[in-house]
Every structure is written in structure tokens, then in C-alpha cells.
Design a protein around this ligand. Structure first.
Ligand code: BT5
Length: 261
């Protein structure tokens, strides 16, 4: 087992940018809180903040993220030189990196769900919270992976049943190895986005997508709709084909898969 410590993760990491500085904390309110304040004071790109546990972990739209000991809770500070409209693609690059790292480390078939969830057999094992500064000058990518967490310590009644990798594997996952693999995969995804561009990122995301081609119900701030999730467009919006054939772009919302119309 690789030790799950700052030194263990930093040793032979081999990345150029992601993880060149790693800050390790026992307890934080939220790694995204610390990372966003550090991003504002010009801390170098690629700095990673890890916490063994979070007391106020956050999801999207102010939702709580349950983060007890045993999980992987970290944030990465990025300074992407991307047009503002392409900043959301960073979240897609991150979710494909998380899914790949889980696949490589555990052999479990992790898939991505719009916008940035990671599911295994329809159960949520990881979530990503990307928060951008003014003009997209910095982006903090917060990643939560339910690594070694007992089922009783995960939330019940969530939109997607939560699961931990330990529960799905039947044994604990090596968090040191998984975190190293994750940082390497993130570097690869981020470099591809920065050099090749968003189309390459979105192509990878589509290959690992859980929801495309299925009937979904979308809950949005302005109401709900149902249709077939047919694609994501260049800006990362979900394209839904309604029953009458119209295509509708969804920028923010929750999707749930339905078996039938
Ligand atoms: C997310 O939000 O999925 C983004 C989660 C990001 C967490 C990381 S941990 C490191 C960094 N620091 C932070 O404070 N956050 C990031 P969303 O799609 O809004 O999902 C939130 C919903 O998932 C909640 O309303 C619950 O229903 C459910 N949930 C909460 N904790 C969970 C967990 N540990 N596993 C699975 N589902 C969970």
C-alpha cells in the first residue's frame, strides 16, 4: 500500500504542473474554500489542497457534500488561458480524469454523468465542483471520491444512490495510488484541453458518458423537461431532444435517467 500522506503522493509523481505544490490538512471546512482564497493571491497553478476530512464540504448550488475520513477530498488550482465560454470545459476534463483514474486503479467501470458526476452502475462515487474566478482567470477544481467509506456514513436518499469504492470492490482502495493516478490523469486531460482544445476533451467525455442516448428528466431553475439526452455541445451544455423533435440546450440543472417516456 502506498502511504496516503503528502510525501507518499508527491514521491515520483512525475507531473509538470499538477501537484508540484501539495498542501495537506487533517481537517478543513472545504478544500475549495482554502483553494479559492489561495487562487486569489497568486498561488502557482497546479497547487493541490488535500484534507483528510471536511466539516463543510460543498456540492453545486450550495448543496452539502458528505466528506468523512477515508475519502479523497482535494482541490486543484488552475489558471487556464481559455476564452471565458470554454472555462466550463475544465470541469469535463476533470470528470473524465477522475473516471479514468478510478478505472485504471480499481478496474471498476466508472462513467461520467452530465455535468460532472462520476457513477459506477448508476451509483455516485465521485463529484466535481469547479469554481471560477472573475473572467475565468483561475479555476478551482474540487474533487471528492468516496474511496474507503462505510455505507452507513454515506448520504441516503440522494438523487443517485451514493457508493464507495471500498463497498463496490469488497476491499479498501489504495488512496495513495489512486490520488497519484488522478493527478497524472488530470495533468493529461488539462494539457490536452490547453493544447488540442475543447473538442478533444468533449470527445473523451462522450466516450465515457453514462447518460447520452437515454431518456432523461431535467430539473432546471426555470422548470422541468423530458427528452433524450443526445449530446453535449462545444460549451458543455447538454442537448436534449424533446418529444416534438425540438432540440433544447440545458446549461444548468439536474438530470435523472428514466426508463421510458
Ligand atoms: C457534487 O455536487 O457532486 C460536487 C461535489 C464536490 C466535492 C468536492 S470534495 C473536495 C472539494 N471541496 C468541497 O467542498 N467540494 C469539493 P452535486 O452534484 O451538487 O451533488 C451534491 C449532492 O450529492 C448532495 O445534495 C447529496 O444528495 C449527494 N451527496 C452528498 N455527499 C455525497 C457523497 N459523499 N457521495 C455521493 N453523493 C453525495
Amino acid at each position: 500500500m502506498e502511504e496516503y500522506t503528502r510525501e507518499g503522493v508527491a514521491e515520483n509523481l512525475g507531473t509538470r504542473v499538477i501537484g508540484r505544490y501539495i498542501r495537506w490538512h487533517d481537517t478543513l471546512s472545504s478544500t475549495n474554500d482554502l483553494a479559492t482564497s489561495l487562487a486569489e493571491i497568486q498561488v502557482p497553478e497546479g497547487t493541490v489542497i488535500v484534507a483528510e476530512e471536511q466539516t463543510a464540504g460543498r456540492g453545486r448550488m450550495g448543496r452539502p457534500w458528505v466528506s468523512p475520513r477515508g475519502g479523497i477530498w482535494l482541490s486543484v488550482i488552475l489558471r487556464p488561458h481559455l476564452p471565458l465560454a470554454q472555462v466550463p470545459i475544465v470541469g469535463f476534463a476533470a470528470s473524465t480524469a477522475v473516471a479514468r483514474a478510478i478505472r485504471v486503479t480499481t478496474g471498476l467501470l466508472a462513467r461520467v454523468k452530465w455535468p460532472n458526476d462520476v457513477l459506477i452502475n448508476g451509483r455516485k462515487v465521485a463529484g466535481i465542483l469547479a469554481e471560477a474566478g472573475p473572467d475565468g482567470e483561475w479555476v478551482v477544481v474540487g474533487i471528492g471520491i468516496n474511496a474507503n467509506i462505510a455505507p452507513d456514513d454515506l448520504p441516503k436518499g440522494a438523487a443517485h444512490a451514493a457508493a464507495s469504492l471500498e463497498e463496490l470492490l469488497g476491499h479498501p482502495v489504495d488512496r495513495g495510488v489512486l490520488t497519484k493516478t488522478l493527478l497524472r490523469e488530470l495533468e493529461r486531460s488539462y494539457e490536452e484541453l490547453s493544447t488540442v482544445g475543447p473538442m478533444a476533451t468533449l470527445r473523451r467525455w462522450r466516450e465515457m458518458a453514462d447518460t447520452l442516448g437515454r431518456v432523461v428528466r431535467v430539473e432546471m431553475p426555470e422548470g422541468a423537461l423530458e427528452g433524450i439526452a443526445c449530446d453535449i455541445d462545444d460549451s458543455g451544455a447538454l442537448v436534449v431532444r424533446l418529444r416534438n423533435g425540438t432540440l433544447q440546450r440545458v446549461i444548468a440543472g439536474e438530470i435523472a435517467v428514466r426508463e421510458v417516456w
